[in-house]
Design a protein around this ligand. Sequence first.
Ligand code: SAH
Length: 371
Amino acid sequence: MTTSEPAAAVLSRPLLGLGRQQLETWAELQGQPAFRGRQLHDWLYAKGARSLDQITVLPRAWRQQLAAAPPTGAADWIGRSREVHRSVARDGTTKLLLATADGHTIETVGIPAEGRLTVCVSSQVGCPMACRFCATGKGGLQRSLAVHEIVDQVLSVREAMDARPSHVVFMGMGEPLLNSEAVLAAIDCLCTDLGMAQRQITVSTVGVPQTLPRLAELALERLGRAQFTLAVSLHAPDQRLREELIPTAHAYPIGELLADCRRYVAITGRRVSFEYILLGGLNDQPRHAEALARLIRGFQSHVNLIPYNPIAEEEFKRPTPAAVEAFRHALQQCRIAVSVRASRGLDADAACGQLRRRLEASLEPAPAGRS
Ligand code: SAH
């Protein structure tokens, strides 16, 4: 990690998320030689250790001493979660429900596709944005996730699927731009310590006023470059329809959101990707596509169409395949780069936050004493 945290902060939180140098410092602060930090690094990231107990190269007495005094609020120094449920769809898409040390549950999905393994990670427990079509939005926000809880999700998918993740998308539970610091620190860790490429990482946001240009600046400051993809959940071509689907959009006029996206492009030199959920009969007509094309004309961008995944609480409809195709065609006619997201793992409660909502009621709260 390039961030320099004061020693006290490093000593009071789990190790996952710390870089090689920080782990060396950590070991030294404990009166151990620096190479113990390098050993920790290898076991945390390359070997995926779940507890200090497994790191048998470390002196037993030191491990016992550490185990007796875990960091505040955590069960263990490593900071791994506990898997409480797994569902595997026919196409291999693997959805994990993970318990945090304080007993919250979060969703993480591993999506295999030709030569790729994409991990869809959560950035918060719940979400305050309340998008009407989103299952996570129904329960409100519990809290933001810490760096170790984000990195843990990628390691958990690696372990569950016995394969190395190549891509990470922040499209699970939560609004990443309400947790930018931890999200950027996690990206730093995924790239520096797990060897992923920033270009294979996507951060998806529905838009939070005053955060987009700041994210670009923070990324340059913390990561040295901002090469991950920013995906903006637009979902409507005008303010009125957008507010209908995303009530919190009231505080962020669509014109301002687009102006901030342009600033983001200017600072990072990267094009923005716009996500557009297609809701049958609501925003999926050719006239919506044409209005969308007018709105983003001349923008270095790409549109990703997402056919709606039905959730229990809402009466929105899936778009017909013909409507999806007509929408895509209309955008293409206007020379907008467009793709349609294939529905993956529909039989594994694929829509954001669905598995957790279905299982929440039937699950025991996670005991705080396990990792
Ligand atoms: N808060 C961020 C990231 C989480 S949602 C954001 O809104 O971008 C990730 C993507 O999944 C968003 O584009 C979101 O609109 C979409 N999504 C949420 N619920 C969905 C559903 N039921 N069907 C299809 N896509 C959905």
